[in-house]
Design a binder for this molecule. Sequence first.
Ligand code: SAM
Length: 175
Amino acid sequence: RIVLLRLGHRPERDKRITTHVGLTARMLGAEGMLLASNDPGIVQTLEDVVGRWGGHFYIKNNVNFKQEIRNWKEEGGKVCHLSMYGVNLPDVTDELKKCDRLMIIVGAEKVPPEIYQLADWNVAVGSQPHSEVAAVAITMDRIAEGEPLEREFSGAELTIIPTERGKHVIENIRD
Ligand code: SAM
């Protein structure tokens, strides 16, 4: 079980990247995203995608990140903060793979310094600056069990049939 915690989202400039963080986490098997800012538009956008493309993925708007981290840990979950300053992902992949419940945290600009203390791991996806979307994608892909790109999403209105050229989409009939 993986949940994504998105810190520092600024509604006026981070809409697209936060949406992409959520979509990427969903695609790679996270159960939901916690948004530590107030942006109902993000919730709407992601819920629309889940409605059309299936599966189960929740979005919790405007969470108190300290409370969420505390609750998660009390329930036995572990916390992995992605930061280019952390230990390099290849060195902790095996430990992360062993977690039953993992919260992955990504920031936008600077994260509150206490996050480095609250996290069980501060993990760099290479020690170079890049993007929270890439950091989430690479981390989740490396720790996935099975092949995350072959995941099926139940109850979808739309299903893509992979094809060499063009677009092949099936509209599923719902009861
Ligand atoms: N300048 C910010 C700082 O000093 O923390 C980082 C900005 S970066 C665009 C936004 C987020 O992407 C970070 O909070 C981190 O979660 C993620 N990120 C960027 N590069 C990363 C890397 N090399 N490894 C892990 N996470 C990374």
